[in-house]
Design a protein around this ligand. Structure first.
Ligand SMILES: NC(=O)c1ccc[n+]([C@@H]2O[C@H](COP(=O)([O-])OP(=O)(O)OC[C@H]3O[C@@H](n4cnc5c(N)ncnc54)[C@H](O)[C@@H]3O)[C@@H](O)[C@H]2O)c1
Length: 275
């Protein structure tokens, strides 16, 4: 308790899943949390749940002008910003029929591998991926992380302190068949984190990333039948819960992590053991 007493923290995509749970734990630890989300009404609902001085700022993290305006609002309201969590993101961005067809092919391919024969079923994604889907994924995850970080630094640099945590994924290092745009965006976030960490040490600003494994949230609900395959490939044989990530965020934001910068924490049940 009280590990974040008096801190002002902004969490992007904070109205759902991991962001919402991080917001709850930060609040319990004494922080005042600003909830950003694309869905402004859900951000407001979250602030009501959190209580205290929590406010919602609805903007799209991939829109640089909107991000700038949102951070100005935060600066005017609180006059400082101690923690930024770059969490907003999207997962499987394909129509349900495409998802089901991909799932069917994945199971078929697994059966062919288990039978010891040649692979005759292919899960081709990249050759059909549109410019629009590629750019949208990079815009929300990678541009969004950069835009929010840039605006946060305008507040943190003069105060000579701050803490930035960005949400990567095991997909950024382990890769994931059929998610080239998601994996590229998450790998980019890890590179950005390391560069920022080195640049910002003299400003007393720490920058780290969390690379979650598969966690039960609204984002992973569409995984559907493939969940069993992922659980079978996870030494702990389960998906994580949002608290598995929220506690990692509390640690990185707290003084307990004072010697941590440029690092990647990866709660993932053993699915991937190298970051
Ligand atoms: N759930 C997992 O298994 C998992 C694993 C690894 C990484 N992650 C990452 O963790 C983060 C949170 O994922 P989650 O599982 O909580 O998902 P979620 O769908 O439950 O929540 C994501 C939130 O981000 C918001 N959002 C989406 N686009 C936005 C935008 N352009 N601007 C502002 N807000 C936007 C959504 O409205 C939503 O409230 C994402 O970056 C995701 O890639 C999740």
């Amino acid at each position: 308790m009280n590990r974040l007493q008096g801190k002002i923290a902004l969490i992007t995509g904070g109205a759902s899943g991991l962001g919402a749970q991080i917001a709850r734990r930060f609040t319990e630890e004494g922080a005042t949390v600003v909830i950003n989300d694309l869905r402004a009404e859900d951000a407001e609902a979250m602030t009501s749940e959190l209580g205290g001085e929590s406010i919602g700022v609805g903007f799209d993290v991939s829109d640089s002008a909107a991000v700038e305006a949102g951070f100005k609002e935060v600066a005017e309201r609180f006059g400082r910003l101690d923690v930024l969590v770059n969490n907003a993101g999207i997962g499987l961005d394909q129509p349900e029929e495409d998802r089901l067809e991909r799932e069917r092919r994945t199971f078929q391919q697994v059966a062919e591998i288990q039978a010891g024969g040649p692979i005759e079923t292919f899960v081709d994604v990249t050759m059909h991926l549109s410019d629009e889907r590629w750019r949208r994924m990079l815009a929300i995850h990678l541009d969004g992380t950069f835009f929010c970080t840039r605006e946060a630094l305008k507040i943190m640099a003069p105060q000579m302190s701050g803490n930035i945590i960005s949400m990567g994924s095991i997909m950024g290092t382990a890769g994931g068949a059929g998610s080239p745009h998601y994996c590229a965006a998450k790998a980019g976030i890890l590179g950005l984190t390391r560069s920022l960490a080195r640049e910002l040490v003299p400003r007393n600003i720490r920058v780290n990333a969390i690379a979650p494994g598969f966690i039960d949230t609204p984002m992973t609900a569409p995984i559907g039948g493939a969940k069993a395959l992922i659980e079978a490939a996870t030494p702990m044989r389960r998906f994580g819960v949002p608290d598995d990530i929220a506690w990692a965020a509390v640690y990185l934001a707290s003084e307990e992590a004072n010697f941590m910068t440029g690092q990647v924490l990866s709660p993932n049940g053993g699915y991937h053991m190298s970051q």
